[in-house]
Design a binder for this molecule. Structure first.
Ligand code: ADP
Length: 397
């Protein structure tokens, strides 16, 4: 087996992992431990043709990771033979401290901890994964790869809110962005495929979470997510952009607490709030259903979704002084043919010409879906955040 990287993404009650060969990009084994801390835990481990399910309580991240390592030994591949050269940890918030991957030592660990105020749901969960993994795999370098790092290059006009400067400074309120690992990976692939370094690119990462970025050369100059991943595009369960005064209004007229509004905006809004379903496939089905009310609800939701994307394409194009390539990625971007068509149809007045036949394909490789002669090239490039983390981790070992 060639050199491998173990990529760990630990959430508050879950741990996702992949053992990756960063050279070939092959995921040798992968799995998910979920419902950590609940009475019934579950781990699924996949290796080769095998998928093994384990149903047992996983009281904490320590037990979950110990069980995962045991599954590697029992189901394969044995970690002792896997030539693991690094463990890459996905970290949501790197604040102002990290503009690239970092070798985890006690100082880096403490900075990730300090940044928990900016990502209260994520950084503490990542730390649990880091602490246990460092204990269980002490002889391998552990590397933190930050979702925000790619966006540390944002110029002040994109990174700064028009907020009282002292308050913003004192409480670290600025735009950090998120999904940076994906935006960086996808835009780099586009540059490599087209053999051009100085492109003006817009990347649309449309998954459960969704974000857009404007990239000139290899630097991000703007992005749709802000202090947290709540800002920007419409998402599965998040509002995206919304007048902040809605918070005051709901507090005053509905007596809602800040925590309730937080849950409303992050978990009960977006496609879910508009249609009852957070999953784009469900919304598409609803748009074709026999129930006229449901059909209308879904159609309005889809129009809002597309509209928000168009707002960002328009403003990013103006900010960059043009755009060479627009790229769709992540679950919706890679698979929803209708969504790509709906967005591109609105760009016809700007010279975008979609190649319907190319757009109708479902492929796992990058493709161009605009016609020759289109004013902007439109592409679909599958993202692979785990591979991107593995490759970044490797640069430090
Ligand atoms: P996550 O942000 O959780 O990684 P993904 O990138 O996997 O999310 O994207 C999940 C989204 O992709 C869901 O809304 C799902 O409905 C959507 N999706 C997956 N396949 C299709 C498809 N064939 N058509 C439309 N949407 C799809």
């Amino acid at each position: 087996m060639s050199q491998t990287v173990l990529v760990i993404n630990s959430g508050s009650s879950s741990v996702k992992y992949q053992l990756i060969d960063p050279e070939s990009g092959h995921a040798i084994a992968k799995g998910l431990a979920e419902r950590i801390g609940e009475p019934e835990g579950h781990i699924q481990h996949r290796y080769s043709q095998k998928a093994v399910d384990l149903n047992e309580p996983l009281p904490d991240h320590g037990v979950a990771l110990t069980e995962i390592l045991r599954l590697f030994d029992e189901v394969g591949p044995a970690l002792a033979d896997a030539d693991i050269v690094a463990v890459g940890h996905r970290i949501v918030q790197g604040g102002r401290y990290f503009d690239g991957p970092a070798l985890i030592d006690d100082r880096v660990r403490n900075l990730i901890d300090e940044l928990s105020t900016l990502a209260p749901l994520h950084n503490p969960a990542h730390l649990k994964g880091i602490d246990v993994a460092r204990r269980l795999l002490p002889n391998v370098p552990h590397v933190a790869v930050f979702d925000t790092a790619f966006f540390q290059s944002l110029p002040p006009e994109a990174a700064t809110y028009a907020l009282d400067r002292e308050i913003a400074e004192k409480y670290s309120v600025r735009r950090y962005g998120a999904h940076g690992t994906s935006h960086q990976y996808v835009s780099k692939r586009v540059s490599t495929i087209l053999g051009a370094r100085d492109l003006k690119q817009i990347v649309l990462h449309l998954g459960n979470g969704a974000s857009a970025s404007a990239i000139v050369g290899d630097k991000a100059i703007d992005t749709s997510m802000g202090l947290t991943p709540l800002e920007g595009l419409v998402m599965g369960t998040r509002t995206g952009d919304i007048d902040p005064a809605v918070v005051f209004h709901l507090e005053r007229v509905a007596g809602m607490s800040v925590d309730e509004v937080d849950t409303l905006f992050n978990k009960k809004s977006g496609l879910k709030g508009l249609t009852g379903d957070n999953d784009m496939r469900g919304v598409r089905e609803m748009a074709k259903s026999g129930d006229p009310e449901a059909r209308k609800r879904a159609r309005v939701a889809l129009n809002i979704y597309v509209n928000r994307i168009l707002k960002y394409i328009g403003s990013f194009t103006a900010e960059m002084g043009g755009v060479d390539v627009i790229t769709f990625t992540a679950g919706i971007g890679e698979n929803d043919i209708d969504l790509r068509r709906e967005v591109c149809e609105q760009l016809v007045p700007f010279g975008v010409v979609l190649d319907e036949e190319a757009n109708n394909q479902r492929v796992s490789e990058p493709i161009t879906i605009s016609k020759r002669g289109s004013s902007v090239r439109v592409m679909v490039v599958p993202t692979n955040e785990e591979l991107a983390i593995a490759k970044q981790a490797l640069t430090l070992v």
